[in-house]
Design a protein around this ligand. Structure first.
Ligand code: MG
Length: 255
């Protein structure tokens, strides 16, 4: 079921999104060689506490997972695509770190992901992140009234495939509102002109994830969560929550 939001509800979602953005900035500032993803998880917990917000990730257990998620962030390093569990492994020079983070404020959810490199940048990693961010922007640009979900998916997929990147099937964006995952789903590849027609009040997370290797394959670790590229290549993941409005897409997860 699609639940569209009125302007004051979108403003409330924006406040949740602001907390998400602040936490991302704090984690980015704290990240460095030798820092662990568990420490970044603590940074995010502090931001939640400071703003009277809670986590939609902590203890989340969708049908595919065998155990509740133990962190407030997903920390996905190098060949991990999404859903990495924060742990005590120190980040090393040149690691590609993707952080997915959500917040619930006054009953409304914000959800966003950022990828960055710690220390020395491999140009291939830089390009992968930049192209993934470009795909997110193209998806956002397509999120205008009258377009369809397939137009967003096509905009994202065209950029990923155009650079020879892999795109894991079955993972992608989703509606956002009082819960983190609402209808519709927003795939990262699709056919223009197909799918749900976009109308003002639709709030969705758009989240391209690309593999540097052209292989789309992924595996899931024994922890039931960690999604990795089959070919061992690095992955990037960038996400914003946006509202479709008559004035164009409004990004809700910026600072
Ligand atoms: Mg999401």
């Amino acid at each position: 079921m699609i639940v569209r939001k009125n302007p004051s509800e979108i403003d409330a979602l924006r406040e949740a999104g602001r907390v998400v953005a602040l936490a991302h900035d704090a984690m980015r500032a704290a990240a460095g060689v030798g820092v662990t993803t568990r420490e970044l998880d603590e940074v995010a917990r502090d931001v939640l506490r400071e703003h009277g917000a809670t986590s939609p990730f902590l203890n989340y257990q969708p049908t595919f997972a065998s155990s509740p998620f133990p962190g407030v962030i997903c920390a996905s390093v190098n060949d991990v695509i999404v859903h990495g569990i924060p742990d005590d492994t120190p980040i090393t020079d040149g690691d590609l770190v993707s952080i997915d983070f959500g917040a619930i404020l006054d009953g409304w959810v914000g959800d966003a992901a950022r990828s960055f490199i710690v220390g020395t940048e491999d140009p291939a990693d830089r390009a992968l992140i930049d192209r993934t961010a470009e795909a997110l922007q193209a998806g956002i640009d397509a999120a205008v009234p009258g377009n369809r979900i397939g137009d967003i998916a096509h905009a994202i997929g065209t950029i990923g495939r155009g650079h020879g990147y892999g795109i894991p099937a079955g993972w992608g964006g989703h509606g956002v509102g009082r819960s983190m995952h609402e209808d519709p789903s927003v795939p990262n590849e699709g056919t223009p002109g197909r799918g749900l027609r976009l109308r003002p009040g639709l709030v969705i997370a758009i989240e391209p994830m690309f593999h540097a290797g052209g292989d789309d394959g992924y595996t899931i670790d024994d922890d039931g969560w960690t999604v990795r590229t089959t070919d061992g290549s690095r992955a990037a993941h960038v996400e914003d929550t946006i509202a479709v409005t008559a004035d164009g897409p409004r990004i809700l997860t910026l600072p």
